[in-house]
Design a protein around this ligand. Structure first.
Ligand code: ZN
Length: 207
């Protein structure tokens, strides 16, 4: 499987491009910004984007979604519990002192247990609320990889002091949904370096 991680934008959100070598189908996760670079990766591998997946409706994760949708025609997936937060995009832009990005219409609701296919590779949606109410993580069993959005970081967890945040809920999400995954699972957080489930289980001071 092709997997490229590109930190994008002011907050360096980890945008992931997953591509299937045979079918050349791809998904892009969290295209927060720098869509020209994202499209460069897609073109370099000769991929066709079939879905754009948003782990949660924070501006640094969703900001470039409309540009990418326009360029690729791919539908946008997001959990609709973040719809309210998505409406706050101009406010979120103010927090960062940047102009509000073009709004994007969500085409497909990403719900817990949903499965996307990238070629023959299954990508499972886990609803992991707490950082926001609609936060999802993506689990790719055959690759032993987890895209954790802003739920779990290397040595840390997502902040819960923003609208829709809940400190007890994020711990419950991590304990019930993420830590039971195989310890060798590589975690790609929404920001910063990769880690593994085993490493976080042993040494994350927040858990
Ligand atoms: Zn966030």
């Amino acid at each position: 499987m092709i997997h490229e991680i590109l930190p994008v934008g002011m907050l360096q959100c980890n945008c992931s491009v997953f591509g299937d070598e045979q079918s050349r189908e791809a998904i892009v996760v969290d295209p927060g910004d720098e869509i020209a670079s994202v499209l460069g990766i897609v073109a370099r591998h000769g991929l066709t984007v079939k879905a754009i997946v948003i782990t949660h409706a924070h501006i640094d994760h969703i900001g470039g979604a409309q540009k990418l949708k326009q360029a690729t025609g791919a539908p946008v997936y997001m959990n609709l519990k973040d719809a309210e937060l998505q409406k706050m995009m101009p406010v979120q832009a103010q927090w960062l002192g940047m102009p509000a990005p073009e709004a994007v219409a969500i085409d497909v609701a990403a719900n817990d247990g949903d499965k996307l296919l990238v070629g023959a590779t299954e990508v499972r949606v886990l609803h992991t609320p707490g950082h926001t109410q609609g936060s999802i993580s993506l689990w790719i069993p055959s690759e032993r990889k987890l895209l954790a959005g802003d739920t779990l970081f290397r040595g840390s967890i997502g902040r819960t002091d923003l609208p829709g945040g809940d400190g007890r809920q994020i711990l419950r999400s991590i304990r019930d949904r993420l830590l039971p995954l195989p310890p060798e699972t590589v975690v790609i957080p929404g920001h910063g370096e990769n880690t593994t489930i085993g490493e976080e289980k042993e040494s994350n001071p927040f858990l």
